[in-house]
Structures are given as C-alpha cells and as structure tokens.
Design a binder for this molecule. Structure first.
Ligand code: G1P
Length: 297
C-alpha cells in the first residue's frame, strides 16, 4: 500500500505586487473571492483530499494570514447569542484543529522550489502535496482529490496539467509528454517558462502537485533556473526516469489564474454565479452591462 498523502505545503511568501496597492497591507491570499479569502479555497480543497497537516511558507507582512486561521470564540459567542446560525456555521467551517497548521518563513525570495524546500523538515520522508492558492480550481470533485485517486495507481510525482494556448506557454512549466493515456500522461521532460516557440507541448503545469520526498533532496542542490530562481519544476524533472518518475494529470474542472487581475475578476463572477443568493441579481446586472456595451459600439 502506498503511504497516504496527509501533508500539504502552501507557498504564500510572494509579495503580490500585481495587486498593489491592495497588497500593501493585505496579503494577497486574504483577498476575497465573493466572501471567502483565496486561501480558504485552497484549504477546503486540501481537506477534501484528506490532508491533515497544513504547512504555510510565509514571509514578512503575512501576519493577517495567521490571524485568519485563529479561532474567534468571542465572535462565535456573539453570533450564537444573536441567533445568526448561518454566519456561525460559515465561521466554524474555517476553524482548523489545534496543531494542524505550521508556518515557516522563507527568508529570501529565491523561487518556488526554494519555498517548498524551506518546509523540508516538516515533510521528512513521505509524499506530500503542494497547492498554489493563486490557482483556484472550480470542480465537482476537487482537483487534489482527483489527483490523489490517480496517484494511488501511479505513485511517483504527479503534477496537475492543462492545455494552454501556444502564446501563453512561456508563463508556465510545460510538460514534454512521453505517453498520453488520457487523463494521465507520463512525462519525459519539463521546462519552466520556455522561450517563445520552444515549448515541447502546450500542456502546462497548474499549481497542484503530489511529490515524492526525493524532490526535496533534489532541491538541496539549490540550482537556479528560469529567471534566476530555484524552480520546483526543475527539481521535479530530475526524478524523471527514476522510480519516482513524473506524471501529468489532466484534471476535470475550471482553473482561474487568481494571480492576475483578469483571472481574479473572472473567478469572482464565476463563484458568485454559482451561488443561489447572488446569481439572479448578478446575472441581470451582467446582461444589462453587455447590452449597454453593445449599444455603445
Ligand atoms: C508556477 C510554476 C509553474 C506553473 C505555474 C502555475 O509559476 O513555477 O511551473 O506552471 O505556477 O500557475 P508562477 O505562476 O509562480 O510563475
């Protein structure tokens, strides 16, 4: 039997400069999609996949993130007193078990690979997940859960994958596919942010990973790659062809790039439209906007 994946790393040390001035005082991960912070979507997805230990790799200025995960007994008491059970339930759903969360500081911004490596002592010698909260995935079965099911068959390392337009490949880690088995592909190479026209395919890595601890050993070499950063993609690629070889997993679901403003807004609209209490009003408003826009053309 394969060892269960019960630990997940959430790299959240980035400064979120693309969202300045908002991120001057609010960590990007606390910015809200409808009424839940970005990070809550990542946590919920991890929980659904059976994750029990949540490791955040943070940096200076991320204090609000730690506060967010504290229980709020006074607030709970107030809501209970005033009979606001819906809000009380919403609040309680964010409570984490004591000791389930750990925070590690990434002292220098040396790249995603380095951020993951910072958590090595908490991972020790077992497979682990990595979730990039910027990539929000709406799916009937949460993406990481789909991957864990597939991983139980394959073992090794597994990365979420999605086809992207050729002119966007330079923004991603790209897979060089060895064998395409449908939702699972085996991989013979991986390139982080390939130069335009040099991508081996248009199958991109999306921010969900199930990794073998061997990737942490590979990261010990501290080799810098694309953009002069220590890249997670490169450390995973080193395992290709070993007993921990690499698979891509084409997930079922819609991915939003919440690291970009356009992606964040699209996710906001999509998640709001999925809510019974918001859908009708928002849809009406959007239809009006589209008509006004057409009329103005
Ligand atoms: C990171 C990874 C990249 C991956 C992407 C997915 O890049 O390095 O391989 O394709 O996330 O969102 P970043 O977006 O942090 O530049």
């Amino acid at each position: 039997m394969r060892k269960k994946v019960t630990k997940a790393i959430f790299p959240v040390a980035g400064m979120g400069t693309r969202f300045l001035p908002a991120t001057k005082s609010v960590p990007k991960e606390i910015m809200t999609l409808v009424d839940r912070p970005l990070v809550q979507y990542a946590i919920d997805e991890a929980r659904a996949a059976g994750i029990k230990e949540f490791i955040f790799v943070t940096s200076r200025g991320k204090g609000a993130l730690e506060d967010y995960f504290d229980h709020a007994p006074f607030l709970e008491q107030e809501l209970r007193k005033s009979g606001k059970t819906d809000l009380l339930d919403a609040l309680k759903a964010t409570n984490m078990e004591s000791g389930a969360i750990a925070y590690i500081r990434q002292h220098r911004a040396l790249g995603l690979g380095h951020a993951v490596w910072c958590a090595r002592r908490l991972i020790a010698n077992e497979p682990f997940a990595v979730i990039l909260p910027d990539d929000v995935i709406a799916a009937e079965t949460p993406c990481l859960e789909q991957m864990i099911d597939a991983y139980e068959e394959t073992g090794g390392n597994m990365v979420a994958a999605m086809e992207v337009p050729a002119d966007k490949a330079a923004s991603y880690g790209i897979l060089d596919v060895e064998e395409d088995m449908g939702s699972v592909v085996s991989v013979k190479g991986m390139v982080e942010k390939p130069e335009v026209g040099k991508a081996p395919s248009n199958l991109a890595v999306i921010g969900r990973y199930i990794l073998s601890p061997s990737v942490l050993t590979n990261l010990n070499k501290m080799k810098s790659g694309a953009g002069g950063e220590i890249q997670l993609t490169d450390a995973i690629a080193q395992d290709i062809g070993t007993e921990n070889t690499v698979y891509g997993y084409r997930f079922r679901g819609q991915r939003f790039d919440c690291g970009s403003k356009a992606g964040f807004l699209q996710a906001t609209v999509a998640f709001a439209l999925a809510r019974d209490d918001l859908r009708d009003d928002l849809l009406r408003y959007l239809q009006e906007m589209v008509q006004l826009d057409k009329a103005a053309q």
